[in-house]
Design a protein around this ligand. Structure first.
Ligand code: URA
Length: 432
């Protein structure tokens, strides 16, 4: 039984969802608040999360759950800035370094970009881990420092403070250890509570689909995107989602310093075609969602304005944009076994290999290696010769090569010359 001073009993709330009932608004408000206060125990929230995982939530329940998580903490307010704000959230993928070129590019177009980011867990890398490979760069800013940098430079990529949606912080850690992460209502409310609390005026969601993503199937990804767009729009945030391909890694690198190097190449007008295409597509959405209809981000990339903002953004957070990036002590090449056409390079396998080389962490307190990762020499569709290097593995600890190579078994397929692989476009669908 619960404390008589509490409005509800956690056991009754769990039983409602276990029996496929609809949670009342007051039950949702109470359970999120009581969990944040430590009155609802971890094992009770674990049971409720599993009941939601199995039985789902209605649109109204998801909206109320999201709102209750927003109200568990502080809300930022960017209304004092002289420019409109826009933010991007990616559901995470292998080689997904897009935030790095995107934030300065969109800022160069006149939009303020408050990009509150996280560290990586598992096979997808975290934006902060990538930037921390730049000598001197620091992820933690106070709210005042963030506001000042948004006004002066236009773009900030920094750690989300602990004050935003603290209920989600607890719940996400719990879901991680109770097999309740991959559930549309819980993912949508988790992401959108943080983004709405952050106070951005508009938001562009990059919802990844494929082996390297949370959502392996298009239907699931579409449902997640539609749910998040609805939550954002109802909360007064102009929200658009792109469903994008994550069957194969994005660009030619997966790993922290390797991805920074590739991002700088994009900002300097080079870089892999898919990274440039997705960066510009997302930038166009952000600029348009912020209300600047006549600005084309492709111009700011071509004329060097975006790379100038990048340099100022890195310097403002103590980093040296001219310092050499760390390189790995050891490398190992994976060779093509035969002549032919590379028809598949699996994103998940490359992500797991990069992680095992030291680019990612298994537990949130683990350190990461700045220089570890995978460099990709050919993308699907390319003609290769037997013996050509397909991948270069980078690490400071060569005893990791064996497990990384194991992860890559069956990761690529080479078909006879003349084969035409079916390659999905990078942007699969737009949801608004
Ligand atoms: N990212 C989040 O912030 N929450 C989720 O539930 C999944 C991905």
């Amino acid at each position: 039984m619960n404390d008589a001073t509490e409005a509800f009993d956690a056991v009754d709330v769990i039983a409602t969802k276990r029996d496929r009932g609809r949670l009342a608004d007051e039950q949702i408000d109470w359970v999120i608040d009581a969990y944040t206060r430590g009155v609802v125990a971890e094992e009770q929230m674990a049971a409720l999360a599993m009941a939601i995982y199995l039985n789902g939530m209605t649109g109204e329940e998801i909206a109320r759950w999201t709102d209750a998580m927003i109200r568990s903490g502080e809300r930022l307010d960017f209304s004092g800035l002289s420019r409109p704000t826009s933010d991007k959230h990616s559901t995470g993928g292998v080689g997904d370094k897009i935030t790095l070129p995107l934030a300065p590019l969109v800022a160069a177009c006149g939009v303020a970009v408050p990009q509150l980011s996280g560290r990586g867990l598992g096979h997808t890398g975290g934006t902060l881990d990538k930037l921390e490979s730049i000598p001197g760069w620091r992820a933690s800013l106070t709210n005042d420092e963030m506001m000042r940098q948004l006004e002066d430079v236009g773009a900030v990529i920094c750690a989300a403070g602990s004050g935003l949606a603290p209920a989600d912080k607890k719940l996400y850690a719990l879901r991680d250890v109770t097999a309740t992460v991959s559930c549309v209502p819980l993912i949508a409310s988790s992401i959108m509570s943080k983004k709405i609390a952050e106070g951005t005026g508009s938001l562009v969601l990059d919802v990844k689909v494929g082996s390297g993503a949370f959502m392996k199937e298009l239907d699931q990804a579409r449902e997640l995107a539609e749910t998040m767009v609805r939550l954002g729009t109802e909360a007064g945030v102009r929200t658009v989602a792109l469903l994008t391909n994550m069957a194969t890694p994005l660009g030619l690198t997966a790993g922290n310093a390797l991805e920074v190097r590739e991002s700088v190449e994009v900002l300097q007008g080079g870089g892999p075609e898919d990274v440039v295409e997705l960066t510009v597509a997302l930038a166009r959405e952000m600029v348009s969602a912020a209300g600047l209809e006549d600005v084309d981000p492709a111009d700011a990339l071509a004329d060097g304005r975006a790379v100038d903002v990048w340099r100022r953004m890195i310097r403002a957070q103590g980093g040296d944009p001219d310092a050499p990036l760390p390189t790995a002590k050891e490398t190992h090449q994976v060779l093509a076994p035969a002549d032919g056409v590379l028809v598949e390079l699996d994103a998940l396998a490359v992500g797991v290999a990069a992680w095992r080389l030291g680019a990612g962490r298994a537990r949130k307190e683990d350190p990461v290696q700045a220089a570890a990762g995978v460099e990709i020499h050919y993308k699907p569709g390319a003609v290769v010769r037997g013996g050509d290097p397909l991948l270069t593995l980078h690490t400071d600890t060569p005893e990791r090569f064996g497990r990384a190579i194991e992860a890559l078994e069956g990761a690529f397929t080479i078909a006879p010359e003349g084969s035409r692989p079916d390659l999905p476009p990078i942007v699969i669908e737009r949801i608004a």
